[in-house]
Design a protein around this ligand. Structure first.
Ligand SMILES: Nc1ncnc2c1ncn2[C@@H]1O[C@H](COP(=O)(O)OP(=O)(O)O)[C@@H](O)[C@H]1O
Ligand SMILES: Cc1ncsc1CCOP(=O)(O)O
Ligand SMILES: [Mg+2]
Length: 274
């Protein structure tokens, strides 16, 4: 049964990746300085079109043109927050999907409040590590070490469900198993390799990939989110076959994502209902 279910998800994930390649969705990324390069390269290697435009003077012209918006608070500062809020408001008003990465949500009061305020602007998807999702669900500070998780993803499943129910967003928790929930259903993706945690901004990059997948099918955000996480994980697994450490894995992961074929996706994706 599990094999059949995994293959069905594999076929779905392949359809999403193929759509990203053929439609090349334009993704506006308002993201942190650390992640900009890996995020743009991840989107390009998947077939999407990244644009790192964040000025509030540009969003009124630019956000209406994009297929999805990606907001990441990693290197948050006072003047970037209004730019994020404006773009999120525009996306919501225009019915465009937008995806939030709440980096280090529980590290400071400023950051926690910023994330909760952004969540009130109705993101389509929120993807964080376990500590971030727990911090948001409990609205508690201090609750994380920094940008890295001090919890396993399994510790955050109930928090993810609760956040999905309170926000209306699809919520994804990454880790050894990536969990995705709409508050009702839960699926788990068992792809990826532990070394992905040793490359900065892999979480940021996969959240951008989620935005690209969701852009191709906004009414099925949960399926698109699980597929993006699994496809990124499969690229990591293939990249690890020839990598010698985090630096070469970074390169090989991007190459693998670019080269993924139907067989690799259908046989590699390991998504099941929980
Ligand atoms: N132990 C692990 N095994 C396999 N893949 C992992 C593991 N930990 C994280 N990943 C993968 O690494 C990527 C980044 O996840 P994570 O490290 O949880 O996010 P963040 O960088 O935001 O803390 C995701 O694609 C996730 O699936
Ligand atoms: C190290 C760091 N500091 C602020 S943002 C950032 C990158 C975090 O990336 P990720 O959440 O994907 O590990
Ligand atoms: Mg992160």
């Amino acid at each position: 049964m599990e094999d059949g279910e995994e293959r069905e998800w594999g076929a779905k994930a392949w359809t999403y990746l193929s759509s990203v390649r053929s439609l090349s969705p334009l993704i506006q990324c308002i993201t942190n300085f650390v992640s900009m390069d890996l995020t743009a390269n991840t989107l390009l290697s998947a077939g999407a079109s990244p644009a790192m435009l964040h000025s509030p003077n540009e969003s009124p012209d630019f956000t209406p043109q994009v297929n999805a918006l990606y907001i990441n608070v990693g290197t948050l500062s006072d003047n970037w927050l209004p730019a994020m809020e404006l773009a999120a408001q525009l996306a919501s008003k225009l019915n465009k999907p937008w995806v939030l990465d709440p980096v280090a949500a529980g590290a400071s009061r400023f950051r926690l409040k910023a994330c909760l305020d952004l969540i009130s602007l109705k993101p389509t998807v929120i993807r964080g590590n376990a500590s971030e999702i727990i911090a948001l669900a409990k609205a508690s500070f201090p609750s994380t070490k920094g940008v890295d998780s001090s919890h396993d993803s399994t510790d955050a499943v109930e928090a993810a469900k609760s956040l999905a129910n309170s926000s209306g967003a699809v919520v994804a928790v990454s880790g050894a198993v990536d969990f995705v929930t709409d508050g009702n259903r839960i699926v788990g993706a068992r792809n990826g390799v532990p070394m992905m945690q040793k490359i900065t901004a892999t979480g940021c990059a996969v959240t951008a990939l989620i935005a690209a997948f969701v852009a191709t099918d906004p009414s099925h955000a949960m399926e698109a989110t699980a597929s993006a996480l699994a496809v990124f994980g499969v690229a990591g697994e293939l990249g690890m076959e020839t990598a010698r450490g985090p630096a070469s894995l970074r390169t090989h992961l991007i190459d693998s994502l670019h080269g993924l074929d139907q067989t690799a996706v259908i046989s590699g994706v390991k998504i099941t209902a929980i």
